[in-house]
Design a protein around this ligand. Structure first.
Ligand SMILES: Nc1ncnc2c1ncn2[C@@H]1O[C@H](COP(=O)(O)OP(=O)(O)OP(=O)(O)O)[C@@H](O)[C@H]1O
Ligand SMILES: [Mg+2]
Length: 227
């Protein structure tokens, strides 16, 4: 799960994850619910690490969640148990058919707003995660949070964090009038990893991490990347 505040770089990080996979020959898919695919691609193509050929060649497959809902007859405000199962089946079928090994759901928050019970949200994420990992697919579920401070939840509904195998938190820290982006790996099952906060920059080459102790050097880099 990638949990982050607005504009913290969630979509860019997720798209770079797919691009790196596509470059090594993996089939990738991105389900977009927060912005239409046309707009998503329009924004992301400004980054040099992204190449539109990956879309044209079918290495990265972008799906609008709204279109998927229409296909499934799910263009409604609230999902019940059957709707949730139909959605899981559709996503799993697409992953299976294309042989997707890297998947992004952007965002799972938007999707889960339609599921009214906490238990059903939990079941949805658990079942989806289990089925996708059985297929050998690594999934980034993007979660929108309003605050990434120490006291805040690491997910939108407070239930997703226990189900996810890993949690990456993205947010902002204000330093001398600048909003600096940070990234922190809170958990990653089965892996020894740093839990330190890292500052991040969205550069043409991709998301760059700098250990927090070196944040003093940010202003130089920011001017170098022209942001
Ligand atoms: N070409 C670019 N180079 C560097 N930074 C950019 C570029 N284009 C946009 N940005 C920055 O990236 C931010 C958006 O990043 P991104 O869409 O990955 O964030 P997000 O967390 O997915 O946002 P949202 O909450 O809106 O979904 C913009 O607000 C802007 O600050
Ligand atoms: Mg986004």
């Amino acid at each position: 799960m990638v949990s982050g505040t607005c504009g913290s770089g969630k979509t860019t990080l997720a798209m770079e994850f797919l691009v790196r996979g596509a470059l090594s020959g993996e089939a990738c898919a991105h389900f977009t619910a927060t912005e239409p695919s046309v707009k998503l691609l329009e924004n992301i193509r400004q980054f040099a690490f992204f190449n539109m050929n990956m879309i044209d060649d079918g290495l990265i497959n972008v799906f609008d969640m709204d279109v998927l809902y229409s296909w499934l007859g799910l263009d409604k405000a609230t999902f019940d148990l059957d709707d949730v199962h139909a959605l899981i089946k559709a996503i799993v079928d697409i992953v299976n058919t294309i042989g997707v090994t890297r998947l992004v759901v952007d965002s799972v928050t938007t999707l889960c707003y339609k599921i009214k019970s906490e238990q059903l949200i939990r079941d949805f994420l658990f079942t989806l995660g289990k089925k996708l990992s059985t297929l050998g697919c690594t999934t980034l579920l993007i979660s929108e949070i309003t605050s990434a401070s120490e006291n805040a939840h690491w997910s939108s509904f407070g239930v997703e964090e226990a189900i996810a195998d890993g949690i990456i938190v993205m947010g902002d820290v204000e330093r001398m009038g600048h909003l600096l982006r940070f990234l922190q790996v809170v958990k990653m099952r089965g892996t020894a990893h740093s839990r330190a906060k890292h500052s991040i920059e969205l550069t043409p080459l991709g998301v760059m991490l700098t250990p927090m102790l070196k944040w003093g050097a940010m202003s130089d880099k920011q001017s170098r990347w022209g942001s």
